[in-house]
Design a protein around this ligand. Sequence first.
Ligand code: ZN
Length: 428
Amino acid sequence: MIKGSLKAKVRDGRIHVRFMQRGDLGAEANLPVKVYRRCADEINFSTGMCGDSPGFWTEYIENQRMDDPRVQEVFAGTLPLVHSFCEYVDQTAKVGHIYLYWVTQEVDGRLTKIGPVACKLRDSEVWWSYERFCDEMRRLAADYPALVSVEDFGESTRHRRMLGLKIGSQERTILLAGAIHASEPGPELLLKALRFMLETRPELLEQVGLAVLPAVNVDVREETVEGEPFYLRKNPNGVDLNRNFDFNWATEYVYGYSSGDPDASTYHGPYPASENETRAAVSFVRSVKHPLALFDYDSCSVVTEDWLLLDTSPDDVNWASHNRLANLYSRAFRASHPGCGTFTAPPIEYPMPLMDCFADTGMPHGTFEGWVLSTFGIPAFSLQSAGSEEGRCNDNDQVPLERLEQWARRHAHALIAVLEDFIRGGGD
Ligand SMILES: [Zn+2]
C-alpha cells in the first residue's frame, strides 16, 4: 500500500508527483491509485521582509482537506514505476499556478491517503535552473570570446560548482552578485543585463571590466526552480548567507529574529564565513585585482530595483562619493529607455534614511556588502525594490517575462552609466 510522504517537483516543465508503495504486498506492490488536485493560488510567496511566511503556509497546506469542492480527481489507474517511485506527471497544470495534490488507494476495502503536497509550476523562461544559467554563462563566453570568460569560485554545500564571469578589462573591475538569498534576483536578471551590455557597449568593458557571481545560494535557489511555492532564504545548512560574512559578525535582533538562533530566518551560522558559499563569494572578490564597487542584487523573486542600501554612515570619508554613485545608478535606472516600459515609483534621492525595519536595530550584521565595503573601502550596495507599481508583481512572485527583460535592461543602463563614470574618473 501507499506509505510515507508525497513529493512534487518540476522537471522539464511539468510537475512530477511521486510516492512509494511498499511493505506488505509483495509482488503486487504497484496497485492502482487515484490522484487528486486543486489549484491553490491563495498561497503567498512571501508575506514578510525575510520570508517568514513558510511556517504559516506549511501549516495551512497540511490543513487543506481533500473533500474541499475545488479538489478534483485527475488520474485513476496504475502509475509507472520510476526508480521504485510511482510517478504521476501532470500534463494539465498551468504555468504560474500553485497546485495541491493527494493520492489515495483502496485495497481490500481499506482506503489509504497521502498528501497534500504543494508545488508551483514557474515559467522556466523567468526562473532559470542552475544548468540553464551555467549554460548561458558558457554561451556568453562563446559569443564574446575576447571579452568573456567563465571562472569557478568554489563549491556549494551540495557540491555544485559556483561559476561566475569575468568580462572585459580585469585591471579595474566592478563586482556584481545575486541570489545570496535563495529565492531572490540573480542569474536571469544579471545575465540578460550583461548580454545587453555586451551587444550595445562592448567598448566600455574594454576599459572597466565586470566580475559577476550570479547566484551565491545556488543550492536552495534550485528548490524554488523545482517548485517550492514559498520564498526561501537560507542555504542547505540553514544559514542566512547574508549574515555569515566576517564583518561585524555578532548576534543581533532584526526583522523580529535573533541571528544567533538556528531556527531564525536570519541565522548567521556557527562562526563567520562558516559556509562554502560565503567562502566562494570571498574568493570571487579576492580574485579581482582592483575592485571598484559591488552591486548585490537582492529583494524578492526575480527582479529588483534601484533602492541601493549602503551600510555606512556620514562619518565615513567616502560617504558623499558612495551616495553620488547611488544617485547615478538610480537616475540611469529610472530614465526612459527603449524597451524598458514605464517606472512609476516614489522619488529617490541619496543619501536615504535607513529603511524602517532597520531604524531601531541599525543595518544587519555579517552582510556581503558590509564585508566588501569595510574590507576594501569601496562602495558596496544591496539593491532592493523601490516599490514601483510595475514591480509589484515581484512581491508575490508573478513577474512576467516582459517585466524581467525590461528591468534587466534598466539595470544594464544603470551599469553602463556607472562604467562611464569610472572611465571618466568620477567614481574612483
Ligand atoms: Zn535578500
